[in-house]
Design a binder for this molecule. Structure first.
Ligand code: CP
Ligand code: NVA
Length: 317
């Protein structure tokens, strides 16, 4: 039996948002559609405040421009309030346990967003919290970015099913969330990394299984041209993620040949879109000509973080 909107709203209320792996294709599509709707409301100057009187705590153990600002602004627009909690300022940074932090914060807050290193920290936080927990990036995944990205692709291309997204570079947190999202949304996904920098094998396995059910394919290999062949979207990310700064030199050597540049994009569809979660290093993972060229939609992606996260917060909080 088809689910009604009310069923979906009930189904999402109180849930954590830790990974797209936990969400069905219908739930992901619902969140994307809601993001598009909230974006329209915002652009029309309409006030929509379902989170009036609610507070979101935002724990940051790593730097952020987009995540911090978009969550804070998003919460404000939804009628609520957001608190920035730097790890350096709260007792978590001095060794208070994740469990005690989760229990304590749950007595004040209606939701917790966390950006951290180890993925298990988010899992532990969610286990200890009695309010919804949102993953604002871990070393393993970045589901808020992936949700915003599929919203952006849908807006630009008018559909998701059957499109091909190619990711060139490091098999990192971004790849994991994009691959999982693609597999649920019927998007073909191809990733090319240097040897030794492949995505997590369990994510590949789960995505490959989900992709089969949803009519798409997953390619994981080393050949950039094969990955980019006929792609509708080319995506890349930094070669050294936050926490890997010491490996910068070694990675520059390993990733030579994995730059998205004018030569490589010729293998994609003519109307391909270039995407990057940002922050970017021009001249490393992407040439200036491509990232600042006419096919680049990097700031539309960045903008949609606001709308996609408003959808997540409105749905689960
Ligand atoms: N893309 C992204 O998450 O950006 P920030 O690190 O600036 O939050
Ligand atoms: N892979 C990058 C993404 C930043 C939004 C990092 O983890 O640093």
């Amino acid at each position: 039996m088809a689910q009604t909107m009310q069923d979906m709203e009930l189904q999402l209320k109180g849930r954590d948002f830790i990974g797209l792996v936990d969400y069905t294709p219908e739930e992901i599509r619902y969140l994307i559609d809601l993001a598009i709707e909230l974006k329209k409301k915002q652009q029309a100057g309409e006030t929509y405040q379902p989170l009036k009187g609610k507070t979101l705590g935002m724990i940051f153990e790593k730097s952020s421009t987009r995540t911090r600002v978009s969550f804070e602004v998003g919460m404000f627009q939804l009628g609520g309030h957001a608190l920035f909690l730097s790890k350096n300022d709260i007792q978590l940074g001095r060794g208070e346990t994740v469990w005690d932090t989760a229990q304590t914060l749950s007595r004040y807050l209606d939701g917790i967003m966390i950006r951290t290193f180890a993925h298990r920290t988010v899992i532990e936080l969610a286990r200890g919290a009695t309010v919804p927990v949102i993953n604002g990036l871990t070393d393993f995944s970045h589901p808020c970015q992936a949700l915003a990205d599929y919203q952006t692709i849908l807006e630009k291309k008018g559909r998701l099913e059957g499109l091909k997204v190619a990711f060139i570079g490091d098999g990192n947190n971004m790849v994991h969330s994009l691959m999982m999202g693609a597999s649920k949304l019927g998007v073909h996904f191809a990733v090319a990394t240097p040897k030794g920098y492949e995505p997590d094998s369990e994510v590949i396995q789960l995505s490959t299984e989900a992709a089969k059910q949803n009519g798409s394919t997953i390619y994981v290999g080393y050949d950039v041209k094969e990955a980019v062949a006929d792609a509708d979207v080319i995506y890349t990310d930094v070669w050294a993620s936050m926490g890997q700064e010491a490996e910068q030199r070694e990675r520059e050597i390993a990733f030579a040949g994995y730059q998205v540049n004018e030569e490589l994009v010729r293998y994609a569809k003519k109307d391909y879109l270039f995407m990057h979660c940002l922050p970017a290093h021009r001249g490393e993972e992407v040439s200036e000509g491509v990232i600042d060229g006419p096919n680049s939609i990097i700031f539309d992606q960045a903008e949609n973080r606001l709308h996609a996260q408003k959808a997540i917060m409105a749905a689960i909080m």
